[in-house]
Design a protein around this ligand. Structure first.
Ligand code: GLY
Length: 365
């Protein structure tokens, strides 16, 4: 089976790799540079409990199942590519800053998630400020070096026999007799048996699709900062609280992230930097003197209901893996396996994530 995957971010590359490993002939087409969209801009968090909460919703199950796949997925990527991707399972500390927040965290405590009194939390992370009222410690949560991940996945995919073309945007899907038959770029027409649209925030910007098959994906901008610590070691664990997360990568403390809907504008703003620093310093007061060494923005693929789109589209032969919103890195291994089963074996999608849920709205309109 010949398959074209549109988008070489963490989703497109992971899906392409799994499809290739199952015997499909796979070409991944990327509009710009390899894994330079949300994959590059993110913080590489694999933090299902901190980001999504419990596993009693379809999204919670997707998040926790995917987090459980990550340790093996990371090993497999490193073995197949000979590139280190910095997977670290050193846990998350979710901070409460009031007694009410602490009581809420205490309710969420379980065998994997221990509630810590404020002094215990500060014992683990001495930089935490005096107004920390308690914390939830989850030692299963992990992170990966997202900027190494894309190139490593690309090597793994290509060594498995996959083809990758960068700087080659798919501008149009050609449709014959109600079926997607080719992806047209400025340079070439790629005919295939199936097409997987995994183009992140750019997933709806493709011509030729009937309206009900266009995934309603909206770019959601996120700005982040990297700080160089001064006179102190940065935290060991990821820290969440006060509407911000912080994690240490290559000796720098990453702070994230803003959430704004401003189209495809990726300019960074002084206002966002100030707001991130203000939120972070309320949790770690000592970081006010640290230097900002990087400030960047990226576009997450948001959807109309903030849930991912994983499965067949309303157009035969076209499949969608998009709308991961804030969880593209976390969801990647699970989405890759789901898409492999859906595209190659006709497995049914999870109804909550079925891309055709929006086609019904479009048809009624
Ligand atoms: N996953 C973190 C973010 O979207 O900011």
């Amino acid at each position: 089976m010949k398959i074209v995957v549109i988008g070489a971010g963490v989703a497109g590359l992971s899906i392409g790799w799994r499809l290739r490993q199952s015997g499909a002939e796979v070409t991944v087409l990327e509009r710009a540079q390899l894994a330079r969209g949300a994959t590059w801009a993110s913080a590489g968090m694999i933090a299902a409990a901190a980001e999504i909460g419990s596993n009693d919703t379809p999204e919670g199950r997707l998040a926790h199942n995917s987090a459980a796949l990550w340790p093996k997925f990371a090993q497999e990527i490193e073995a197949a590519s000979d590139i280190g991707i910095g997977f670290r399972q050193d846990g998350t500390l979710i901070i409460a800053r009031s007694d009410a927040e602490a009581a809420e965290l205490q309710r969420r405590a379980s065998t994997e998630r221990r509630f810590l009194l404020a002094n215990k939390a500060r014992g683990l992370e001495p930089l935490l400020g005096e107004d920390v009222a308690g914390a939830l410690l989850d030692l299963t949560e992990a992170q990966v070096d997202n900027r190494a991940l894309g190139p490593a996945l690309a090597v793994a995919f290509q060594r498995a026999g996959g083809k990758l073309q960068v700087n080659e945007p798919v501008v149009r899907i050609e449709v014959e007799n109600g079926r997607a038959v080719a992806a047209r770029t400025p340079f070439h027409m790629y005919r295939a048996d199936a097409f997987v649209l995994a183009a992140g925030a750019w997933s709806s910007r493709i011509e030729g699709l009937p309206p009900e098959a266009v995934p309603p994906i909206i770019p959601v901008k996120g700005e982040m900062l990297a700080l160089a610590p001064r006179n102190a070691a940065p935290p060991k664990r990821m820290i969440w609280g006060n509407g911000i997360y912080m994690l240490t990568r290559h000796g720098q403390l990453l702070l994230g992230a803003t959430v704004t809907r401003e189209g495809f504008d990726t300019r960074t703003t002084k206002q966002s930097a100030e707001s991130l620093l203000e939120r972070a310093s309320a949790v770690i007061p000592g970081l006010t003197g640290w230097d900002v060494v990087e400030h960047w923005a990226g576009l997450r693929p948001g959807s109309l209901d903030d849930r991912p789109l994983i499965g067949p589209s309303a157009l035969e032969g076209l499949f969608v893996a998009s709308g991961q919103y804030r969880n593209g890195i976390l969801f990647a291994p699970a989405i890759a396996e789901l898409m492999r089963d859906i595209v190659l074996n006709g497995a049914a999608p999870e109804p909550t994530f079925d891309p055709r849920r929006f086609a019904k709205v479009e048809a009624n309109a």
